[in-house]
Design a protein around this ligand. Structure first.
Ligand SMILES: Nc1ncnc2c1ncn2[C@@H]1O[C@H](COP(=O)(O)OP(=O)(O)O)[C@@H](O)[C@H]1O
Ligand SMILES: Nc1ccn([C@@H]2O[C@H](COP(=O)(O)O)[C@@H](O)[C@H]2O)c(=O)n1
Length: 213
């Protein structure tokens, strides 16, 4: 059976990871091994090992050119043909890929999450279901400051400067307009229980599992 690819796009810190992880964790037992997995667009940020740290800090990480979308397209094509891939591994602290790759086998359901997935035509054509997390930008900023300090070794100053210089302008230029391609728009963030249940019910139907009472 050909895998079903579900994309979860939307602004940084809108709750994409939490949403995808919750769906994954709540279905993994029912779907079993080979049932469901997650691919992160962030893993496809370009390798910058040839650049100095000062140069890496200057990169606009919210522009489509920061990603190797062609490689992600190629990998999704392989997975669709039930072939395994070696997914890159990204490090936010060094702003580049690590030397390792992750062996990734195709699963029946593949969740793909990331900020610019709906802005790319070739990628869009590979998605069976397109979800957009429509969390207000001020809420995203608050959540990003908290998350990036704890998980990505950033300071309040670095997060707020980056927000003004690239995150907010690129949101208006690329991310918000890409919402028009979504099939389902989720409000409030990664804990929207009804939205989680709707996607889970669709996945159960695709996977031919009995609906939950
Ligand atoms: N509805 C919500 N309520 C409270 N916190 C949330 C909610 N959705 C997401 N978060 C938190 O906000 C932060 C950013 O969410 P995350 O899923 O990492 O966003 P994204 O993957 O879109 O960048 C995380 O710390 C996450 O736990
Ligand atoms: N070296 C990097 C790479 C990316 N970012 C920021 O990450 C955001 C996308 O990831 P989310 O999990 O938040 O969706 C994006 O807005 C980039 O600005 C970074 O800060 N450093």
């Amino acid at each position: 059976m050909k895998p079903t690819i579900i994309t979860i796009a939307g602004p940084s810190a809108s709750g994409k990871t939490l949403f995808a992880q919750t769906i994954h964790d709540e279905l993994i037992e029912e779907l079993g091994e080979g049932g469901i997995s997650i691919i992160y667009e962030d893993a496809y940020y370009r390798d910058q090992s040839h650049l100095s740290m000062e140069e890496r800090v200057e990169t606009n990480y919210d522009h489509p050119d920061a990603f190797e979308h062609d490689l992600l397209t190629e990998h999704l094509e392989k997975l669709t043909n039930n072939e395994p891939i070696q997914s890159p591994v990204y490090c936010y602290k060094t702003h580049t890929r690590t030397a390792e790759t992750n062996a990734f086998a195709p699963t029946k359901i593949i969740l793909v999450e990331g900020i610019l997935l709906l802005s790319n035509k070739k990628l869009r054509e590979q998605f069976d279901i397109k979800v957009y997390m429509d969390t207000p930008l001020d809420i995203c900023l608050i959540r990003r400051i908290k998350r990036d300090i704890v998980e990505r070794q950033r300071s309040v100053e670095s997060v707020t400067n980056q927000y003004l210089e690239t995150v907010r302008p690129m949101y208006h230029q690329y991310i918000e307009p890409s919402k028009a391609w979504a099939d389902i728009v989720v409000t409030r963030g990664g804990k929207n229980r009804m939205a989680i249940e709707v996607i889970k019910a669709k996945i159960r139907q695709i996977s031919q599992l009995p609906p939950q009472k």
